[in-house]
Design a protein around this ligand. Structure first.
Ligand SMILES: C[S@@+](CC[C@H](N)C(=O)[O-])C[C@H]1O[C@@H](n2cnc3c(N)ncnc32)[C@H](O)[C@@H]1O
Length: 358
């Protein structure tokens, strides 16, 4: 029985499972899942004879909203305290692991792990484990060599590991989908990290200047106190911040921000801007329709916005919103790319990115 380990925000296991079940079916592979228990981990089982790797070749991680990261499962490995490296080595040999396909390994922990000792152990274990596996021909000699897969070892505790592998080019840029971002003291709110993460997830690193540089213009709807506006200003943008609430005074002193006290859903700029971002917490369909309006009227080229999902039927609500977006953009005759992701810094909301391509 072939399985894939999905990693999502704890509490969103069902949404991650439903989504991959649908996407796998659309890619011609039947699969199912056992709803998890707030662990942020979910095992997805393939019903037929297709290898897990085949599903991961047919479905792009980028196309999934609720799965932040994933890897194909090899199995669970007991780790005796006397020789944990030896146990992994024997496990991989049993599995017929091909060391010439892999140059590196990652030791992971679940997001809900609160055992600091296990965290310390995981960090320190990478070097001796890599050395042991390399010595046994289970990893390439050169850790920097290109390789199609990476060995993934998820420590559930000191005595058990879930072992698997991820595919180069179809895994999260950040292990577990958790980017390590630092919040500078000058940021007006923690929300600032969310926009930074959205850019890191949605924009190719080598093209950041095209997307963000060159003194662009932006509108921030629901801007107060100004975390997102602060990120836009940091990129050198001139920002119109729309919110009835007060903006951070230091940010306003930058001279890059015009504060407009108005309803973000009704307000429109006189001239088109490069970016519209929206962090207003409201009905997701309303926000989706507004984003379509902005794109349809060509009021911006790029947009990042949040959709706050209801407590129940979160996946279904996303499907409705996605339809509003996809159909709306098509009806407007626009050629766009749409990406969406349940970011690490998101809670009950997901974050969408749209770029007009024509
Ligand atoms: C989550 S906060 C935004 C945080 C902001 N992105 C930051 O980084 O600091 C949501 C904001 O939306 C504003 N808001 C709610 N409804 C609005 C509306 N209809 N028009 C404009 N702003 C609205 C609220 O006043 C609140 O400041």
């Amino acid at each position: 029985m072939q399985q894939i380990m999905l990693i999502c925000r704890p509490g969103f296991e069902t949404e991650a499972g439903q989504e991959l079940t649908d996407q796998a079916a659309a890619a011609g592979i039947f699969g199912y899942f056992q709803p998890g228990k707030n662990t942020g981990l979910l095992r997805f089982t393939i019903g037929g004879n297709e290898p897990a790797e085949e599903l991961m070749r047919r479905v792009a991680l980028d196309s999934l909203v609720f799965t932040r990261d994933w890897f194909a499962l090899l199995g669970d490995c007991e780790l005796p305290a006397s020789d944990r490296v030896g146990a992994i080595l024997a496990f991989l040999n049993d599995q017929g692991w091909q060391g010439d396909r892999c140059a590196r390994l990652e030791v992971r922990l679940s997001e809900i792990n609160d055992d600091r000792d296990l965290g310390n152990f995981a960090r320190k274990w990478v070097a001796p484990l890599s050395k042991g596996l390399r010595g046994a021909g289970l990893l390439k000699d050169d850790p920097e060599a290109e390789a199609p897969v990476r060995l993934e070892i998820l420590l559930t505790d000191f005595s058990t590991a879930v072992v698997g592998y991820s595919l180069a080019g179809n895994r999260s840029l950040f292990v577990g989908g958790v980017p390590r971002l630092r919040l500078p003291a000058s940021a007006p709110s923690r929300s600032a990290l969310k926009l930074e993460e959205a850019w890191k997830v949605f924009l190719p690193k080598e093209r950041w200047l095209d997307y963000l540089g060159g003194g662009k213009k932006a509108v921030d709807l629901g801007a107060a106190p100004g975390g997102w506006t602060w990120q836009l200003v940091r990129q050198g943008m001139m920002v119109t911040a729309v919110d009835n609430g007060p903006m951070n005074p230091e940010l306003m002193a930058s001279g890059h921000v015009e504060h407009v006290e108005a309803d973000g859903y009704a307000w429109r700029p006189k001239r088109a801007v490069d970016w519209m971002v929206c962090d207003i917490v409201d009905k997701p369909r309303r926000t989706a329709r507004m984003a379509v309006d902005w794109m349809g009227e060509k009021l911006c080229r790029y947009t990042v916005f949040n959709l706050k999902l209801p407590m129940k039927k979160r996946y279904e609500e996303w499907l409705v919103c996605r339809e509003i977006l996809v159909q709306g953009l098509e009806d407007a005759g626009l050629h766009c790319q749409l990406k969406a992701r349940h970011l690490y810094h998101d809670r009950e909301e997901i974050t969408c990115f749209i770029e007009r391509l024509d």
